[in-house]
Every structure is written in C-alpha cells, then in structure tokens.
Design a protein around this ligand. Structure first.
Ligand code: BES
Ligand code: MN
Length: 457
C-alpha cells in the first residue's frame, strides 16, 4: 500500500464528515426548489476542492443553468491528465414521512450513511477529493495531472451541456475521463460501467372541459379526461408489457458475443432482480423472455413517472377538466432520442379518444452511451479497483442515464471514459432512504488513489 492509500484509510472518518457537510445542503436542481441552495452547494464544493489542495478553483456559470464547479492540479509534466466528473445536484426528497431519518440530516445506521445525495452523487465528489487530499498531504504531489468538474444540473437532464461544451471545451481537454456516478453490481464488488441507457421524456395533458363539473349533474355525455388519458397510457404497452409504439424495437443493436458472455458470466437471476428491485411476491416480471440484465441495459423501457388529476385530498364527485402524466422511455444503442420522443408523442396523439385536446410539454432527451472496455485505461482501472476492494472487478452495462458522457467523450476526441461509482443495489437512489455503504465508500477512495498511481505508469 502506498502512503496515500494508508492516509485514505486512516483518515476516512474525516472524509466522511466532509460528505455529511455536503449532504446537509438540499441542492435539489428541480424547478420549484430553491436555486439558492444549489448555488450554496456549488460554493461548498468549491471550498472543499480548495481545502483538499486543488488550484484554480472556480464556480463556472452559464446563463440559466445551475452552477458547475471546476478545479485542477497540473504539476505532473509528461504525465497524463485525468478529468474527474461528479454532480452536486440531487433529486427531490420525495415523501418526507417515508424517510426513517430526515433526508438532509446525514445519519449513520447499519454501516451505511443515509441522506439525499449521500450516494448520488455527493459520494462521487468525495471519492475524488479524498484521493487527491491523500496524495497532497503525504507525498505533497499527485502522480498525474488532474482536472475536476462537478456538474449542477445532472438530475434534470444536463440541459445546458451544449452551451457548456462550447464555452469551456478547451479548459476540459484530458487524456481520460473518470466519472464517479454509477452503481456497483453488488455491495463490495467493484464495477466498471460499459454502457448507459439514454432517455426521452414528455409530459402530456388531456383536456375535455373548461372546468371541473358536478359528476351527477353533468356525468354521462361528457368524456372524462382521466379515462381518456388512461386509455392512451394503456395503449403504450401490449398484454405482456412490451412497448406497443410502432417501430420502437427496430433500431436496437444486438449484444455482441463478447457482451453476451460478459453478461452471462455474472450469473444474475430473476430472483436476484426481484429481491433487489423489491418486486412484490405475486407480481410477474414482464416484457418478454430476455434476461433481467439485458432488459435493464440493452432494451428500452417505458415508465409513467407521475400522474395527476385532482388529488386524494380533493377527491369528490366531479368530472375533472384535465388529466396529466409524465412519461419516459429509456433508450438503448442505436435508438435515436429525438425520434423516440417524436414517436411517443405521435402515438399518444393518435390513440386519444373522443376528440379530447392533447398538449405536450416538459420534453427532455439524453443519449445512450456504450464503450468497448479494452485497452490500457480499462486494464489499469480494473487492476486498481480489484486491488482496493480485494474482489475481482466486474464489467457491466447499466440502465441509468448520464447525458454528459456521450457528448463529452466525443468533444474530447473520443478519449476513454471510465465510469465507476459507489452506489449498490441497496442505495435506493431517487427513492426515499437513499444511502451509501460506508465500507464501499472507503474502498472507492482507496481505489481512486490506486487509479491515479496506475495512470502515472
Ligand atoms: N447516477 C445516476 C445515473 C446512474 C445510476 C447510472 C446508476 C448508472 C447506474 C444519475 O444521477 C441519474 O439518475 N441520471 C438521470 C439522468 C436523467 C435526468 C437524464 C437518470 O438516469 O434518471
Ligand atoms: Mn447521479
């Protein structure tokens, strides 16, 4: 073990305190939440970068976007430059009453730290800043050049990425990108992510009346917009839960032999999936015969994320004037995000009954990403992570999305992107009671220490 790795191990409690400080800031990037808190989070992140020894630290602003944070250390001439990425914005807390501890009060329990952003993705920030500090406080220098970029709008789809890249591209040049924002195959199993799904999102509102009306006085002739929307939504899938939008499965790239073998070697079963996802006992798995892993990362999936018409509190004998839903499709290689969005909207419109009005808003897209994990960057990462975790590193595609990856890797001239992370199947990201496994966080920091060392050679 090098000095820096020893430092990382013995000073882990201090690094954990720094994670807690970040978690206490409710940096929710969603509309309707305080932008000032996201700015406060950016300032806290920039202070952390400075304390841990990074230079040229600044908050990078773009008109209309939540702030990014940048810092670098570029004193290793002749050595490669690593661009390290994480994001400091978080998901909304969800239903506060379902949290066992307050979402923004970091709480340790059963070897995990609970709190919104404790894993996704404030842990990702801490992995890198702690590895950097461990070198600078022991050896006084880093074995490689490092640029750190912490995004502020990842959870809302990185809408200003194009502008960001135009404005800051030259500042970002690097030989390899390392992102800490993905999940491990299981607790204690280091994992390098080889593909991500993309996404196409739309909100849809169906209207049939000028205002809600008494369901006894007016009910009968009037089309119920909730019923209309329900019919439209149910048309989106067939009886087996496969997506029924024409052409949706046409452009899917088949898994290569190597990818299939790598996937099968993990021995992941339907029972594993059921347990980890929390599927209720009587509930069947849908969408065909493909294995759960293939369905998660190489097949599209459609979800109705939210649906609204009146509310539980106001439920009364009325016909609603309108009904609303947010619908999204996770897309895979080689589907086109814009085409998918268009097909979804066109299809919804084509199945709308009774001449109801259909209005779309809130559109969002993000591209999928896939890489061939061969070459020196992946070999070095595999070795570094396996060493830190004491377990063989796994290569795996994942179902989540990070819109940043595809365009960024491309703008930097196709440099390798290493996707590693500290989430595990029990993290509950985007749900209540999000948490990070403390032992895995510590191992991830040590893994980053070894990774920088490996890249210096
Ligand atoms: N960290 C996740 C993405 C992720 C999680 C990738 C686990 C692979 C494994 C990220 O913060 C996230 O949730 N992204 C959003 C992106 C969306 C807003 C475009 C997502 O996937 O919903
Ligand atoms: Mn994330």
């Amino acid at each position: 073990m090098n000095q820096a790795a020893q430092y990382a191990e013995s000073h882990f409690p201090e690094f954990l305190e720094k994670l807690k400080t970040l978690v206490r800031i409710p940096s929710v990037s969603f509309a309707g939440f305080s932008e000032a808190e996201v700015r406060r989070s950016a300032v806290a992140v920039s202070e952390l970068l400075r304390t841990e020894g990074l230079e040229n630290v600044e908050v990078l602003t773009i008109e209309g976007a939540h702030p990014y944070v940048y810092g670098d250390w570029l004193h290793a001439p002749g050595k490669p430059t690593l661009l390290l990425y994480a994001h400091h914005d978080v998901q909304p807390p969800g239903r506060e009453e379902l949290w066992n501890s307050a979402p923004f009060e970091p709480t340790e329990k059963d070897g995990r730290l609970f709190g919104r952003g404790s894993a996704d993705d404030k842990a990702g920030i801490i992995v890198h800043t702690s590895a950097i500090a461990s070198y600078l406080r022991t050896e006084g220098k880093l074995p490689v050049n490092i640029k750190v970029l912490i995004e502020g709008e990842e959870e809302i789809g990185s809408g200003h990425l194009d502008t960001f890249l135009k404005q800051y591209r030259s500042k970002m040049s690097a030989d390899v990108i390392v992102l800490t924002d993905t999940a491990n195959f299981d607790t204690g199993i280091p994992t390098i992510t080889t593909s991500l799904r993309g996404i196409a999102v739309t909100e849809v509102e169906v209207r049939s009346l000028k205002q809600p009306v008494h369901s006894g006085m007016w009910g009968g002739p009037a089309p119920d917009p909730v019923m209309a929307l329900s019919k439209m939504i149910s048309s989106l899938v067939d009886d087996d839960g496969r997506i029924a939008i024409p052409g949706i499965y046409d452009k899917i790239r088949r898994l290569s032999k190597k990818e299939t073998e790598s996937m099968l070697s993990l021995g992941y079963t339907e029972a594993d999936y059921r347990k980890q996802a929390g599927i209720l006992p009587s509930v069947q798995l849908i969408a065909g015969d493909a294995s759960p892993l293939e369905k998660l990362f190489r097949l599209p999936s459609l979800s109705v994320n939210a649906i609204q018409a009146s509310s539980r509190k106001n439920a009364s004998n009325i016909i609603n004037e309108s009904a609303w839903a947010r619908i999204s499709i996770r897309i895979v290689p080689d589907m086109d995000p814009h085409q998918t969005l268009k097909s979804l909207q066109t299809f919804l419109k084509s199945v709308a009954p009774w001449g109801v009005e259909v209005h779309f808003s809130g559109e969002q897209t993000g591209d999928w990403w896939v890489t061939d994990p061969s070459g020196p960057a992946f070999e070095k990462a595999e070795e570094a992570l396996s060493r830190a975790f004491g377990k063989k590193c796994v290569f795996l595609g994942q179902g989540g999305s990070i819109p940043f990856v595809a365009p960024f890797a491309q703008v930097l001239g196709g440099v390798p992107a290493l996707l590693i992370g500290v989430e595990d199947p029990y993290t509950n990201a985007h749900s209540e009671n999000e948490s990070v496994h403390l032992e895995d966080l510590r191992k991830s920091i040590v893994g980053a220490v070894y990774l920088y060392e490996a890249f210096a050679k």
